[in-house]
Design a protein around this ligand. Structure first.
Ligand SMILES: NC(=O)c1ccc[n+]([C@@H]2O[C@H](COP(=O)([O-])OP(=O)(O)OC[C@H]3O[C@@H](n4cnc5c(N)ncnc54)[C@H](OP(=O)(O)O)[C@@H]3O)[C@@H](O)[C@H]2O)c1
Length: 278
């Protein structure tokens, strides 16, 4: 990874432009502003919907505008937050105004680095990011893949940006479909599991509102135990499984139902689908 000396101001207080001010852009704007990563006046969002821009301006006191080109000329970091279907149009619009001193980050699912570089040129520093929806509450996880020869400072800037909405991992771009299959689609798997646990509680006689609280906090607490103790999940599972007890009875049913194999299959199926769509 090469290094460059021209990004000091960009690292300390980058001017960040979001092209597309939808759900993912708002999650990132909220994280950046609340986390004081950049001042609100150093954040600008563009969108084709004036109503959407007004909402972001009201909520976060950032700058807004209708012109992607003006935003690109102003910014150090350009975050492409439009849907994959319109990214080609946006790249065509901005490509001649980009410079090598800027950083372009794309969150468009399934759009490869090569496809973007074919439009904007090989020399523009580029990062592809795959965040997930819990970014909205600053509990997301984002995988980043840098283009070839990305200066380390630019990767650092991208990491800081996405750390404002959760955790960050850096991967080779070839793993982006697997990231999509696991953490991109993963929140839906967990929502399904929570819903089923609530139904299980209701089946066992609990009022639904009580079952809801118990199920949600159990999943949250278990996830934090795995994260914060650094113990292998199997070790934590063994610790709560006493001989002849209740937990082993429940675990036996999960094994009979093939829970583990089903989850592995689910990640694989979503990974394959992501690869097909890409
Ligand atoms: N949401 C997620 O959880 C998630 C996760 C990972 C990756 N992503 C990626 O993030 C990107 C944005 O997703 P999103 O959920 O935030 O979508 P979204 O809510 O639809 O936001 C996209 C915004 O871009 C606007 N737009 C359309 N054409 C534009 C143009 N030419 N210039 C500027 N703005 C334009 C859209 O306006 P209109 O609605 O009026 O068209 C919309 O407000 C996608 O590429 C997606 O793959 C999202």
């Amino acid at each position: 990874m090469k290094s460059s000396g021209y990004t000091r101001s960009m690292i300390e207080n980058p001017k960040i432009a979001f092209l597309g001010a939808g759900n993912m852009a708002e999650a990132l704007v909220a994280g950046i502003v609340k986390g004081k990563l950049s001042k609100p006046e150093c954040v600008l969002a563009t969108d084709i919907s004036p109503a959407r821009l007004e909402i972001l301006k009201d909520r976060y006191q950032i700058q807004v505008g209708a012109q992607n080109l003006d935003a690109v000329l102003w910014a150090d970091v350009i975050i492409l937050c439009v849907k994959p279907q319109v990214i080609n149009d946006v790249l065509t619009e901005i490509q001649s105004s980009l410079s090598e001193k800027q950083l372009v980050i794309s969150v468009a699912a399934g759009v490869s680095i090569t496809r973007i570089q074919d439009k904007i040129g090989q020399t523009i520093p580029l990062v592809r990011a795959m965040p997930n929806t819990p970014a909205v509450i600053q509990e997301g996880v984002t995988a980043l893949a840098g283009c070839r020869d990305l200066p380390s400072e630019q990767l650092y800037v991208a990491q800081k940006l996405f750390e404002s909405v959760g955790q960050v991992v850096v991967v080779d771009e070839t793993l982006m479909d697997a990231v999509t299959g696991l953490s991109g689609s993963g929140p839906a798997y967990v929502y399904l599991a929570i819903e089923a646990l609530i139904d299980g509680g209701v089946r066992a006689g609990l009022p639904r509102n009580i079952a809801h609280v118990l199920a949600v906090q159990t999943v949250l607490g278990a996830a934090k135990m795995v994260r914060d103790t650094n113990e292998h999940p199997a070790v934590l599972k063994d610790r709560v499984t006493s001989p002849g007890g209740t937990t082993i009875a429940g675990l036996q049913r999960l094994e009979e139902g093939g829970l583990r194999a089903t989850l592995i299959d689910a990640v694989e199926a979503a990974t394959n689908r992501s690869s097909e769509l890409g």
